[in-house]
Design a protein around this ligand. Structure first.
Ligand SMILES: NC(=O)c1ccc[n+]([C@@H]2O[C@H](COP(=O)([O-])OP(=O)(O)OC[C@H]3O[C@@H](n4cnc5c(N)ncnc54)[C@H](OP(=O)(O)O)[C@@H]3O)[C@@H](O)[C@H]2O)c1
Length: 341
């Protein structure tokens, strides 16, 4: 039985769900994969908890002992930081659930490199470090012979990288198109049914699908970050946001809607990689989608991705839970797959 000690960085919506999921699935993972998965360290921005395996046997906090507020745990150490944790023994994987700043990569760009340098695998939900320094992180992981799990940052429960890197091995990828952001897709779907932008966004916020500040979603940056990371991971490229044309859904002209309706198209926010184009081959654009397109039926908060290949034709994946628990499940998948080879 392989014991896997996890350092969980960030205890917000995704971090809490990840912690709970590990507890919930612990017996299942022992039985099915012969892995004993433990969260032995948890850190938020003000402090954290560390359970040495020799001190507490299983090296895992119990559900009752770790509630929704980290600070309320009796062993919480205020001021404990990343530096302190890196000195602890027995840490196999960093699971990064800190916020995504796609302009600076903070807070976890530096943490990612330091964990890799210490020989830890990194599984991340944060797009920031991967957008800002994909090439550096990839090289560093290779140098230290450790793995990077990026599913949580690339549409989470919708399998994107797993499909491209494993299921399409040997095929040349001729293009990628994705509906990668549930909030903007929901707003567009409701607008196509007659709502105004403000009404649709308001409804998405009321239903808890959109953030109180939905800027990253509706202005296209979340989609841009995801297609950028997916492209770099799949194609071995080193694109940055500066290489991209990015548009959102905040200013759609009524003539565009009318034209789309008249010709039987749907308007979708598409993250797209088109390698045959000489310039601007990576973009996030509002695009009219014909009924024959594989993403035409991806409506509401759903997501989907299509890979165009030379030998396998068009391969499309749709679905996947679009919430913090779905994101947590994608992180757990990456952890397990690292040890399954
Ligand atoms: N929410 C989703 O459905 C979803 C889906 C896919 C991917 N993601 C990605 O997952 C990540 C986490 O999202 P979330 O919704 O869980 O965010 P969140 O609720 O804001 O939680 C962020 C956590 O990170 C902690 N944190 C911030 N700076 C830190 C630092 N320097 N050191 C240690 N901890 C730090 C925060 O600590 P404090 O509590 O002390 O502030 C908080 O616990 C983001 O990158 C997001 O893009 C989210």
């Amino acid at each position: 039985m392989k014991k896997i000690n996890i350092f969980l960085l960030g205890y917000g919506q995704v971090g809490k769900n990840f912690f709970r999921l590990v507890q919930e699935k612990q017996d299942f993972c022992r039985r099915k994969y012969e892995h004993h998965i433990c969260v032995s360290t948890v850190l938020n921005s003000r402090g954290g908890l560390y359970t040495a395996s020799e001190k507490k046997g299983e090296g895992m906090f119990t559900g009752s002992a770790l509630g929704s507020k980290l600070e309320e745990h009796p062993d919480y150490v205020s001021g404990m930081d990343f530096e302190n944790v890196l000195e602890y023994p027995d840490l196999d994987i960093l699971v990064d659930c800190t916020p995504s700043d796609i302009r600076t990569g903070k807070p976890s760009l530096d943490y990612t490199h330091r964990a890799l340098n210490r020989g830890m695998h990194v599984v991340t939900a944060s797009k920031g470090p991967l957008v800002v320094d994909f090439a550096g992180i990839r090289t560093n992981a290779e140098k230290n012979s450790v793995c990077l799990g990026m599913s949580g940052a690339t549409a989470a429960a919708l399998p994107t990288l797993d499909v491209a890197l494993r299921s399409l091995a040997g095929a040349e990828i001729l293009g990628i198109e994705g509906i990668l952001n549930g909030t903007s897709n929901y707003v567009l779907t409701r607008m196509s049914e007659g709502m105004t932008y403000a009404q649709a966004l308001n409804e998405a916020q009321r239903k808890g699908m959109a953030e109180p500040n939905p800027e990253q979603d509706v202005e296209g940056w979340d989609t841009a970050a995801k297609i950028l990371i997916i492209t770099n991971a799949v194609m071995g490229t080193s694109y940055t946001l500066e290489d991209m044309r990015v548009e959102g859904i905040t200013n759609i002209s009524s003539s565009l809607w009318k034209e789309a309706k008249k010709t039987g198209h749907k308007l979708k926010l598409i993250g797209r990689f088109s390698p045959q184009r000489k310039t601007q081959n990576l973009e996030t654009r509002l695009s009219p989608i014909h009924p024959s397109h594989s993403l035409y039926g991806v409506d509401g908060a759903a997501k989907g991705i299509t890979f165009f290949t030379d030998t396998m034709n068009t391969v499309t994946v749709t679905g996947g839970k679009s919430d913090p628990r779905g994101a947590a499940a994608a992180l757990l998948k990456d952890v397990l797959n690292i040890y399954r080879g």
